[in-house]
Design a binder for this molecule. Structure first.
Ligand SMILES: [Zn+2]
Length: 227
């Protein structure tokens, strides 16, 4: 699962919980940030094999600290608990219910990976692996990613009051994400090394976080100044 994860970030944001979209963009990929970091450190193991599944080249055969069920529960709790200090630090409005949402958003990554991944997600450590393997079916997996993303963005646009210009930017961002997913799923390319793949994850995911941050700035001054 790739851009489909961001559907949860868009869907989780509301005017009531006031969780910044960029925080949710980190939350939905929190497990992959851990994973990329641990792959770069040589602690978790990844092979990049052409045609490993129909929709992905990644054979993530050892990722107990980022992608086991128990690890996912622990990281989700850490993120939920860490949300208050983050809000205090950055001066954001904080609600207990928002911390719960951040925790659940982190956990959503595991559920979506469970649907997409081949049987490589351990329950605990490197044991009892599960995964429904939708990535073995390229078009349905792609359709799910795009369907989820579209639904998430629709929810975001209906649940949050925002100026028209920001709505346009959100839709444009959604289109860019779809194009990136098309490239990821359908454009053949030579496999990168494990470390280069992990670096790519860091770079691209962080770029998306920056875009999410900037998008919620668009038109915000005009909105507050409005009578
Ligand atoms: Zn993942």
């Amino acid at each position: 699962m790739f851009v489909g994860h961001y559907s949860v970030a868009f869907a989780a944001k509301s005017d009531k919980n006031k969780i910044p979209l960029w925080v949710l963009f980190i939350a939905v990929q929190f497990l992959d940030y851990m994973w990329a970091t641990l792959v770069l450190l040589g602690i978790e193991k990844l092979r990049v094999i052409k045609g490993f599944t129909a929709g992905s080249m990644l054979d993530s055969y050892f990722h107990p600290y980022s992608h086991s069920l128990i690890a996912a529960v622990i990281w989700s709790s850490v993120a939920g608990i860490g949300y208050k200090p983050l809000c205090d630090w950055l001066g954001y409005a904080y609600r207990k219910s928002a911390a719960l949402i951040v925790g659940l958003t982190v956990f959503s990554h595991w559920i979506l990976d469970l649907i997409a991944h081949p049987r490589d997600l351990a329950i605990y450590g490197n044991k009892w692996k599960v995964g429904f393997g939708l990535l073995n079916y390229r078009d349905p997996e792609f359709a799910l990613e795009i369907g989820l993303l579209a639904a998430g963005i629709m929810l975001y646009l209906t649940r949050n009051v925002m100026p028209e210009i920001r709505k346009g930017a959100v839709i444009a961002f959604g289109v860019v994400l779809v194009v990136i997913q098309i490239g990821n799923t359908y454009v053949p390319r030579t496999p990168l090394t494990d470390k280069a793949t992990a670096m790519g994850v860091w770079v691209f995911y962080t770029l998306f976080v920056v875009v999410a941050f900037l998008i919620e700035k668009i038109g915000s001054r005009r909105q507050t100044n409005a009578p």
